[in-house]
Design a binder for this molecule. Structure first.
Ligand code: HEM
Length: 460
C-alpha cells in the first residue's frame, strides 16, 4: 500500500519575512518544488500546518468529487475570524468565498448559484457586459496612447459585477468615488493575503485592513440602502441574498458583505485574465490577426477567441490555488487514509503545467490545443479536447465550492476581448516585455500591469 505519509515533504518557505517576499512567486515556487521532489503532490510544511499541495489530476478529482460535505470547508486564516468579529460582530469568518458551514456559507452560496444560473440573469448580464464593453472602448478611443490594459479590464470587470451585485451603475470606469472602491478592493485582497500567512497578526497591517473594509462598506452603503426593504422580484445579487437570508436569520450587514465578496471575486480575476490574454496576442501578431478575422465572422463566439482564453486560463490561472479542509477521513486509490482536518491546496497553476498531462510543449502558449479539430492528434496527449485528463484543467475549481461566476466570467471575457480586438490593433508599448511576469497576491497578475499601444482598426 502507498501511504500519504510517504509523499515527500518540502520544508517551510523559511522565516516569515522571506516568506512574505517569496509569496509573490508562490505558484512558481510550488511548481519548482514539485519538480525537485519528483512528485506533483507533496506536503508543504508551513510555520504551523502541513498542507497537501495537489498538482496531479487524479488526486484533484478524488478530492473534488468526494461526497461534497467531506471537502466543502475552506482554510480560514485567524485574521479573517478577527475581521469578522470586528466588522460584523460574528464569531465566524465572513463572506461567501471564505465562510464555512451551513448558515454562513451554504445559504448565501445557494442564493448566488440560483441567481447566476437563471436564464433572465444570464440575459441581463450579457446586456450589462455589452454596455460596459461599449463604454470601455469609448474610453480607450479617447486615450489612444500607451494604456495599462490590466487597469482598464479590472475596472470594466468591477463595473460589470458591481451592476449585477447592487443593481445600479458604479461608474468604475470614470467616477472618482468608485475608483476609490477599486483601490480599496485591491488593497483589501493584498492585506488579507499577506495577513493570512504565518501565525502572528501584524497589528499595523491589521488596523489598515479594518479601515479599508469599513471604508468599502461605507462606499456601498448608499447602493445597499436602495435595495433594503424594496418590494418586487429580486433584480440583483443583493436582492437575492437579502430575500434568502431573511428566512435564515442572516443579518442585512452580512448580506452586504457577501455582495462585496462578489465584487472581490469578480473584478481582478476577470481583469487579469484579459490582460494576460491581451499580452499573449500583442506579442503574437499572426495569432492576433487570425482571432480578429474569426471575430468578424462569429463575434464573441469565435472558436479561436475561446481557445485563447482557455489557454490563458491554463498557463495564467487567476486563482492559482484554491483550498479545502477535509471534514472526514479520506481514502484515495491505493493510499492509506488521510486524517480529517487535512489542509489541502489544489493548484490550477501546477495542474496546467504538469507535462504528464499536457505533453512536452506544456510551456508554449498554443491555443490550438483547445480547438476541436486537433482532437484526433493522438500523438499529443494535450490535444485530446485540450487535456489528457479533465481534472488537469481547473481554472474555476470544481465541486461544492466551484466558482459560481464561471459562466458569467467566460461570457464576459469573450465579449470584452472581442470588442477590444475588433476596435484596436494591439502592440507592446515601449518598455513592455513580451514575456509574462506572473506575480501572485491572492490572484495572479502580470508584474507592473500590461502596457499596450492601441491603434484603431480601420474598417474599409
Ligand atoms: C476569470 C474569472 C474567474 C476565475 C478564474 C475564478 C476562479 C475561481 C476559483 C478557482 C474559485 C474556487 C473554486 C473552488 O474552490 O473549487 C472561485 C470561487 C468563487 N468565485 Fe470565481 N472566478 C472568476 C470570476 C468570478 C466572478 C465573475 C464571480 C461572481 C460573479 C465569482 C464568484 C466566486 C465566488 C462567490 C466564489 C466562492 C465560492 C464558494 O466558496 O462557495 N468568480 N472562483
Amino acid at each position: 500500500m502507498r501511504r500519504f505519509s510517504s509523499l515527500p515533504t518540502a520544508s517551510s518557505l523559511g522565516p516569515r519575512k522571506e516568506m512574505l517576499f517569496e509569496v509573490t512567486r508562490f505558484p512558481q515556487f510550488c511548481e519548482a518544488t514539485a519538480r525537485r521532489l519528483g512528485s506533483w503532490n507533496y506536503f508543504l510544511q508551513g510555520e504551523k500546518h502541513r498542507t497537501l499541495i495537489v498538482g496531479e489530476p487524479r488526486l484533484a478529482q478524488a478530492i473534488l468529487t468526494k461526497k461534497d460535505a467531506d471537502w466543502s470547508d475552506r482554510i480560514i486564516a485567524p485574521v479573517l475570524r478577527r475581521l469578522s468579529k470586528d466588522l460584523l460582530g460574528l464569531d465566524d469568518a465572513p463572506g461567501l468565498i471564505f465562510a464555512n458551514g451551513p448558515r454562513r456559507w451554504a445559504v448565501p452560496r445557494a442564493a448566488a448559484v440560483a441567481g447566476l444560473w437563471r436564464t433572465e440573469f444570464i440575459e441581463q448580464s450579457v446586456a450589462v457586459v455589452k454596455e460596459v464593453a461599449a463604454e470601455t472602448m469609448r474610453e480607450l478611443f479617447a486615450r489612444r496612447q500607451a494604456v495599462d490594459v490590466d487597469d482598464v479590464f479590472q475596472r470594466a470587470a468591477l463595473e460589470v459585477v458591481g451592476r449585477l451585485a447592487f443593481g445600479s451603475r458604479l461608474g468604475a470606469l470614470s467616477d472618482e468615488r468608485t475608483k476609490m472602491m477599486f483601490e480599496l478592493l485591491t488593497e483589501l485582497a493584498i492585506l488579507q493575503g499577506t495577513l493570512s500567512l504565518g501565525g502572528v497578526i501584524d497589528e499595523i497591517k491589521y488596523a489598515r485592513l479594518l479601515i479599508v473594509a469599513r471604508e468599502l462598506l461605507a462606499l456601498v452603503e448608499p447602493l445597499a440602502a436602495a435595495r433594503k426593504g424594496r418590494g418586487g422580484p429580486p433584480a440583483c445579487f443583493l436582492d437575492m441574498l437579502l430575500a434568502t437570508s431573511r428566512d435564515n436569520d442572516i443579518g442585512d450587514d452580512e448580506c452586504v458583505w457577501n455582495a462585496v465578496s462578489i465584487l472581490l471575486a469578480g473584478n481582478d480575476t476577470t481583469g487579469h485574465t484579459l490582460s494576460f490574454a491581451s499580452l499573449a496576442l500583442a506579442s503574437r501578431p499572426t495569432l492576433q490577426a487570425d482571432v480578429r478575422a474569426q471575430i468578424g465572422d462569429f463575434g464573441p463566439d469565435a472558436p479561436l477567441l475561446g481557445a485563447v482564453l482557455k489557454e490563458t486560463f491554463r498557463l495564467f490561472p487567476a486563482a492559482a490555488f484554491f483550498h479545502r479542509v477535509s471534514k472526514a477521513t479520506f481514502k484515495f486509490a491505493e493510499y492509506d487514509e488521510l486524517p480529517a482536518g487535512t489542509r489541502c491546496s489544489i493548484s490550477p497553476w501546477i495542474l496546467g503545467r504538469n507535462e504528464d498531462c499536457w505533453g512536452p510543449d506544456v510551456d508554449e502558449f498554443d491555443p490550438k490545443r483547445f480547438l476541436d479539430d486537433d482532437e484526433d492528434d493522438e500523438a499529443k496527449p494535450s490535444n485530446r479536447a485540450g487535456t489528457a485528463h479533465p481534472y488537469a484543467y481547473l481554472p474555476f475549481g470544481h465541486g461544492a465550492r466551484s466558482c459560481p461566476g464561471a459562466r458569467l466570467a467566460l461570457q464576459e471575457a469573450k465579449i470584452l476581448l472581442a470588442a477590444f480586438l475588433s476596435d484596436f490593433h494591439l502592440d507592446l508599448a515601449p518598455g513592455q516585455s513580451a514575456e509574462p511576469d506572473p506575480v501572485f497576491a491572492i490572484t495572479l497578475s502580470n508584474r507592473g500591469g500590461v502596457r499596450l499601444r492601441l491603434t484603431p482598426v480601420v474598417v474599409a
